[in-house]
Design a protein around this ligand. Structure first.
Ligand code: 2AL
Length: 250
């Protein structure tokens, strides 16, 4: 059987399982759009909406629930022959557990965005959705060793599922908060703190003439790069496959 292709004449080099950890299919469309715009020739994007958890992830409880759905979605991607996985929620829910069950690289969009921002600027600020979710990004900055580079986490106080509602004025609020970040935080780059903002990054980068980073695109590019380098998730140490034992099935 011929290899699946993503564009005429381009043999598939890599298949990336792009998971929306919340259960809202319309948000998966935004995520997959951003993933496909970022993907290079021969990179096939398989979009997947979590079948378990919360409609939007806006706190620790939602995150804990969504981790189970993420693991199921990673297992499905593995069974489908995906070479890498992207967790497209800014809390990177279930990331380390997902790495235990995956063969290829698993990239969370928060980690990808922090690393990308660090390549193009010395300091960055994050602009996320609700004030109550700021602590999640602040905690991840610590976990990923980005606490010095990440100057501040800001919020526009728009709920995840209202981001695409014109009545929320998401773009206007993001422009205002990004401007405040550039002026007050003395940063060179901005990171958008929600997968549902992925389609706004290019436009905001143009608006400010400064890098505005969407973690979905960054994660797809890192996944692509790692696969092309032949790098897989290490099975030595803590990311080895889970020990065999009785477990409640998903
Ligand atoms: C997110 C995200 O990326 N997806 C979701 O449901 N919640 N993050 C956030 N800060 O609200």
């Amino acid at each position: 059987m011929a290899e699946p292709t993503t564009s005429v004449g381009a043999t598939r080099k890599c298949r990336v399982n792009v998971i929306n950890p919340n259960t809202t299919a319309s948000m998966t469309e935004v995520i997959v759009g951003a993933a496909r715009r970022a993907a290079g020739p021969g990179v096939e994007i398989v979009g997947r909406t979590s079948a378990f958890g919360a409609a939007s992830i806006e706190g620790h409880y939602d995150e804990a629930l969504s981790a189970v759905g993420v693991l199921k979605a990673v297992a499905e991607g593995e069974a489908q022959g995906c070479d890498a996985h992207v967790l497209a929620c800014f809390g990177d829910p279930g990331l380390l557990a997902a790495r235990e069950i995956a063969t290829g690289p698993v990239i969370g969009i928060a980690e990808a965005a922090f690393r990308a921002a660090s390549f193009v600027s010395t300091h960055f600020s994050v602009v996320t959705t609700l004030t109550r979710t700021k602590v999640i990004a602040e905690h991840l900055a610590l976990v990923y060793g980005a606490e010095r580079a990440c100057r501040r986490v800001r919020a526009v106080d728009v709920a995840v599922l209202e981001l695409d509602d014109p009545a929320s004025n998401t773009r206007g609020l993001l422009v205002a908060e990004c401007r405040r970040a550039l002026e007050e935080d003395h940063v060179g780059a901005l990171v958008l703190g929600c997968a549902g903002m992925a389609d706004l990054a290019e436009d905001l980068s143009r608006e400010f003439g400064a890098p505005v980073i969407d973690g979905v695109g960054a994660a797809v590019k890192f996944a692509e790069a790692l696969v092309s380098l032949g790098l897989k998730t290490s099975k030595y140490g803590d990311l080895a496959h889970p020990l065999p034992k009785a477990r409640t099935p998903f």
